[in-house]
Design a binder for this molecule. Structure first.
Ligand SMILES: *Cc1c(COP(=O)(O)O)cnc(C)c1O
Length: 483
């Protein structure tokens, strides 16, 4: 038996590279990362390839190692080449991501040190760091000391946590689901519907409140709907408002909606996955006024705070409600209570997760190394860039603009002199994507094929917006000549 164990040990020791191997791996990885970053603004914002990464399958997972050069080359050819280049300043579609380099360094440390961030006694420092960051977010949102929250993997999970908390805070029971009503608009993110389903609330009635000409929820219509439902003996319990919709960046009239939620005692959850971070700058704070009076809200640091994908956040104003929906008890965790002197609450008591990535570090390190001021500046810059684009485009013949932007998304389309408008804009969208220098996306609004420009990447500056305007005009001309 000892011999067998020793044989296995010999092989299993490969799991721990020695100092020389570590230095080699690190140098190669750093070289790879540097060449990626040096090219990020030069490679296309979108690259279609015929192989679409299929080369990965030619190198199946096997008993034998392949070496770092081959591995990095597989990543380069198959993962980093095809598809969208999210970090490019020309990525102006969907909701852009960015990928702060400082966060990558933090992820490296977090993975090497592997602090156990789920439970306070296991890593009080990691838990305190996350608490501090959530407090920082709560402060700029305007939530009081009573608030508690969780750093999640993203906005969809954060929405689930918010909705589950609302469900339990209202003591909603299965037998009442069919007569309980949720108020939202057709512009709500699809993750809300998904969260309701996952939270077991499929049977709840959805009331889609009409939109005004800015695609914001009509507050009067909301109040009327609640009154009607109350009259019919139904149980209105949840309002989901948007602090920045994906289609148009519209912000629902939060102040009026809060007043209604308070008057009729409904829970108000605000989806600020895209827009919440704008409250960091003075201009955004005004636009999102009222968010601080909601019951729960989410924000996606991997959007508005420029982190690499993998970090969302949820905050609940009455933190105890969050805990009541997520606490745990387990006898094999009994030691964890006795070992900690402080009564700091563990993330595992505030979320569905137990073991988790030490996410706090990827937000903390950039804030420490850069300071908050450049984040505020970048967010205000994005708001102004969207306004700049709107005003320029308004003066270009043939373009029809959507509503003036609430945040950093502008919708528009080209009205050709002849022919089908939707078809023309489909062609225009396709031509811009094929060109690849910038990447825009489209949506359907009121049956109209609509183009949208979304500014949120930290690498997107004035020159890119000017370039987008030029490319759009150039492609319009090319399509018109063909007609
Ligand atoms: C992105 C987004 C979500 C979903 O967040 P993920 O981080 O992608 O899971 C929800 N709501 C809005 C408004 C969003 O923009």
């Amino acid at each position: 038996m000892v011999n067998r164990i020793k044989q296995l040990e010999k092989l299993s020791r490969a799991l721990e590279p020695n100092a020389e191997e570590r230095a080699l791996f690190l140098a190669k990885v750093v070289h790879y990362a540097n060449s990626f970053l040096e090219n990020i603004n030069h490679v296309p914002a979108y690259r279609a390839t015929t192989d679409e990464g299929i080369g990965l399958y030619d190198s199946p997972i096997s008993e034998e190692p392949i070496g770092i050069d081959t591995a990095l080359n597989l990543i380069k050819q198959n993962v980093d080449r095809p598809g969208v280049n999210v970090g490019s300043g020309g990525y102006l579609c969907f909701i852009p991501g960015s990928g702060l380099y400082h966060s990558a360094l933090a992820d490296y440390i977090a993975a090497v040190t592997n602090r156990y961030a789920g439970v306070y006694f296991a890593s009080p420092g990691a838990v305190r760091m996350e608490r501090m960051l959530l407090r920082w977010i709560a402060d700029f949102i305007g939530y009081p000391e009573s608030a508690a929250g969780d750093l999640t993997s993203g906005g969809s999970i954060a929405n689930i946590i918010g909705i589950v908390t609302a469900r339990d805070a209202h003591d909603l029971k299965a037998k009442n689901f069919e007569r309980s009503v949720v108020y939202l608009t057709k512009q709500a993110h699809h993750s809300i519907e998904k969260a309701l389903r996952i939270a077991g609330l499929k049977e709840c009635i959805r009331r889609f409140i009409p939109l005004d000409e800015h695609y914001r929820m009509k507050a009067e219509a909301l109040e009327q709907a609640i009154l009607n439902d109350k009259k019919s003996g139904l149980n209105p319990w949840l309002i989901v408002a948007a602090a920045g919709t994906v289609d148009t960046g519209a912000v629902d009239p939060l102040d009026s909606i809060v007043d209604i939620s308070k008057a009729y005692q409904l829970w108000l959850h605000v989806d600020g996955a895209y827009g919440g971070a704008f409250t960091l700058c003075d201009m955004g704070k005004k636009i999102l006024k009222g968010i601080e009076r909601s019951d729960s809200m989410i924000i996606d640091p991997h959007k508005g705070l420029f982190l690499p994908f993998g970090t969302g956040a949820v905050l609940v104003k009455d933190g105890e409600k969050l805990r009541q929906a997520h606490y745990y008890e387990a006898s094999y965790l009994q030691d964890t209570e006795k070992l900690a002197s402080s009564d700091e609450i563990s993330p595992a008591e505030l979320s569905p997760e137990l073991s988790r990535h030490f996410r706090g570090l990827r937000l903390w390190l950039p804030l420490k190394l850069i300071g908050v001021a450049p984040f505020r500046a970048a967010l205000k810059e994005k708001l102004l860039l969207a306004r700049y684009f709107y005003e320029k485009m308004q003066n270009i013949d043939g373009f029809e603009l959507g509503p003036y932007p609430d945040l950093s998304i502008v919708t528009y389309r080209y009205i050709p002199k002849r022919g089908d408008v939707n078809k023309f804009n489909q062609q225009l969208n396709h031509a811009v994507q094929k060109d690849g220098r910038i990447f825009l996306s489209s949506t359907m609004i009121d049956g109209k094929f609509t183009l949208r420009l979304a500014v949120l990447g930290f690498r997107t500056h004035l020159d890119r917006i000017d370039q987008a305007i030029e490319i759009l005009q150039e492609k319009v001309k090319e399509i018109e000549v063909l007609k």
